[in-house]
Design a protein around this ligand. Structure first.
Ligand code: COA
Ligand code: AMP
Length: 635
């Protein structure tokens, strides 16, 4: 039976230009595109070539012009400080135009980059939109990253200015941002001339004369700026994400395709109407925050909710339900790990029963595989559709999902349902040939990708090609493996590279290995992700010490944990390492991380035929037993 999803999906693949040209009618253009899809430089594609628009105008000003000025655009709720506030579209327009004036006074212009290092406060969204207003390119860095990571991004993006808050707030601790920023700027080769600091009352940061300016002081004297039209293909933002090495990838997002695609998803996937409240409980530092805290709800004329808290402990496992009730949230989007945390504290749903959740229509989960148990628990408790959807920083929006605004498919637990319109998802084997239903292989997407997906990596087109396009010619390599069943449901099972997923955060084991290798006592190391009940995975380090090192191993492990926290940041959640004599390797010297992971997770494994010395594996088991892992092996 044909349904609106089938019609849309078929149309999107048969004639992508017509399909997305239709979706583009919901966006306001200062100049329409000459060509909807330009494939003349395939496999690099560009959307809406020749078109001009301003993303901030589409997200803010046009709603004010059309009568939404008094509607809430951004609701802020911080259970950590107790603060609650709301900005109407008219107020948001005023703040954004003014902050664009502040940036302008700091020398920021169209095409310049601006790094934002902000917690979950409305000023983060104001700063993002102000960049978009000027045609400047923002790059938000998550507050849980350490100075070294910030410095790497400063050197890659070469920003004119940096915008930060004086602090972030984690339960029970103030995270002082300013020392991190000062250290990063000091460390970076690229020099930043201007830092705008939003002072929070919990921590007033010292400003450096001649470089730092105060947000409030500058806002008071700022000249509001109009929206600058930019090319649809001009970059809106750069968002760095973990690759397989310590050098993060700068995912580029363009203006035109992004606005078209995100606006379209609000209706078709999330089923949100203008004026309704949408809540993505993530962080502006992640892609979910970019797409679904900042841009998409605002492009749609909906209300976005910014939540500065955690699913548990701020103050309890009922905090999500309180927010939903209080702000009449229609759809919640979060990571499965948040639900695992809530379920662990409130298995019977006692907190859920205390609140009126009748306004909530759906829960969306992404960021990591949704384990069926958590999904079922959420369904039982909330009694609304629970939609697992699969996407990546690179794609900016869902590759697969259950598109509630088009057609609601029956849920198959463990599957993010079907390829969204615009996406031709296939499974290829090692010979790069398509496999049949149910067979596992590499998840790839046939080119061209739909609008809103990455056109390239910042200043690294060759890396873009080699990381995503070269291995499977004509396809985009997702880096995930899985299968598609007889009904076309996609199952995403695991990464095919050294990326791990910790509490919905994507981290590079390669980057952690680079840090461990910096320790003077470490000769060799490997980091793997081991299964974790709450966070999905947590990193675990294996280190071999240099000959002659006879210091207590416990001291060295403590230093390694601190080193990763200092170099990458607390978000790495690197808390465990073991000292081993040797690492298992293939005869060609490749470390057998997959085998070590299977041992740690108590999975069946076979020593690969290429293993150099199988006798090392019992040593690894023993070391893992020593830290409470691999408990059931050989018992
Ligand atoms: N600034 C500074 N530090 C931060 C931070 C930030 N913005 N965000 C997290 N951290 C710190 C945490 O305080 C923690 O530090 P600790 O080691 O001193 O305890 C560390 O980074 C790890 O954080 P996290 O992985 O988030 O673990 P947690 O124990 O604080 O919370 C969950 C666990 C499951 C409650 C939490 O991860 C969560 O809510 N996840 C939702 C997932 C999500 O938002 N994903 C985004 C994609 S949708
Ligand atoms: P990020 O770029 O941080 O959003 O991480 C993207 C990666 O997270 C994907 O490549 C997957 O490995 C994983 N991921 C995200 N959403 C899902 C999902 N719904 N199911 C399975 N894996 C997911």
């Amino acid at each position: 039976m044909t349904n609106p999803y089938d019609i849309a999906h078929r149309a999107s693949l048969a004639d992508p230009e017509a399909f997305w040209a239709e979706a583009a009618r919901d966006i306001d253009w200062t100049k329409p595109a000459d060509k909807v899809l330009d494939g003349s430089n395939a496999p690099l594609y560009r959307w809406f070539v020749g078109g001009e628009l301003n993303t901030c105008y589409n997200a803010v000003d046009r709603h004010v012009e059309r009568g939404r000025g008094d509607q809430a655009a951004v609701i802020y709720d911080s259970p950590i400080t107790g603060a609650k506030s709301s900005l109407t579209y008219a107020q948001l327009q005023d703040q954004v135009a003014r902050f664009a004036g502040v940036l302008k006074s700091q020398g920021v212009d169209k095409g310049d980059r601006v790094i934002l290092y902000m917690p979950m406060i409305p000023e983060a969204v104001i700063a993002m939109l102000a960049c978009a207003r000027l045609g400047a390119v923002h790059s938000v860095v998550f507050g849980g990253f350490a100075p070294h990571e910030l410095a790497t991004r400063i050197d890659d993006a070469t920003p004119k200015a940096l915008v930060c808050a004086s602090c972030g707030l984690e339960p029970g601790r103030i995270v002082k941002y300013k020392p991190n920023i000062d250290a990063a700027i000091e460390h970076a080769k690229h020099k930043i001339g201007s830092v705008v600091v939003f002072q929070r009352e919990q921590e007033v940061a010292a400003l450096i004369d001649g470089r730092d300016v105060d947000w409030a002081t500058e806002m008071a004297k700022a000249e509001p700026q109009p929206c600058t039209p930019v090319a649809a293909t001009d970059p809106l933002y750069i968002l760095y994400t973990s690759g397989t090495t310590g050098q993060p990838k700068g995912v580029v997002r363009d203006n035109g395709g992004h606005a078209v695609a995100l606006n379209w998803t609000m209706k078709t996937l999330y089923d949100i109407a203008p004026g309704e409240v949408f809540w993505a409980a993530s962080d502006v530092g992640w892609v979910v925050g970019h797409s679904y805290i900042c841009y998409a709800p605002l492009l749609r004329g909906a209300t976005t909710l910014m939540f500065e808290g955690k699913p548990v402990g701020t103050p309890d496992a009922g905090t999500f339900w309180r927010v939903i009730q209080e702000h009449d949230v229609k759809a919640l989007f979060t990571a499965p790990t948040a639900f695992r945390a809530i379920r662990r504290e409130d298995p019977n749903g006692d907190f859920v029963k205390k609140y009126d959740l009748s306004g909530l229509r759906a829960l969306f989960l992404a960021g990591e595989r949704s384990d069926p148990e958590t999904l079922k628990w959420a369904e039982e408790q909330l009694k609304v559709p629970v939609v697992d959807h699969w996407w990546q920083t690179e794609t900016g929006w869902a590759i697969c999902g259950n598109p509630l605004g088009l057609h609601q498919f029956p849920v198959k637990h463990g599957s993010p349902t079907k390829a969204m319109p615009g996406w031709d998802v296939q499974i290829l084997d090692e010979e790069k040939k398509p496999v049949g239903p149910g067979q596992i292989g590499a998840l790839v997407c046939k080119l061209p990708l739909p609008p809103g997906t990455l056109p390239t990596l910042w200043n690294a087109e060759q890396r873009f090609r080699s990381a995503y396009l070269d291995e499977y010619p004509g396809y985009y390599k997702t880096g995930d493996a899985g299968f598609i069943d007889d009904d076309g449901y996609v199952y995403v099972m695991t990464r095919t590279d050294d990326v791990i997923n910790v509490a919905g955060h994507r981290l590079s084991t390669g980057a952690m290995e680079e840090v461990l290798a910096m320790h003077p006592d470490v000769a060799e190391c490997a980091v793997i992700g081991v299964a974790d009940e709450l966070k999905g995975q947590t990193p675990l380090g294996f280190v071999c010490l240099k000959a002659g090192v006879d210091r207590p191993e416990a001291d060295i492990v403590k230093e390694l944990v601190k080193l990763v926290r200092d170099e990458i940041g607390p978000v790495a959640a690197f808390k465990q390492a073991v000292v081993v004599k040797r690492l298992p390797k293939t005869r060609s010297g490749k470390i057998l991380r997959g085998t070590m992971q299977k041992i740690a997770d108590n999975q069946d494994f076979k020593a690969p035929a290429t293993i150099d010395d199988p006798d090392i594996l019992p040593e690894i088991e023993e070391a893992l037993e020593g830290i409470g892992l691999a408990k059931n092996r050989n018992k």
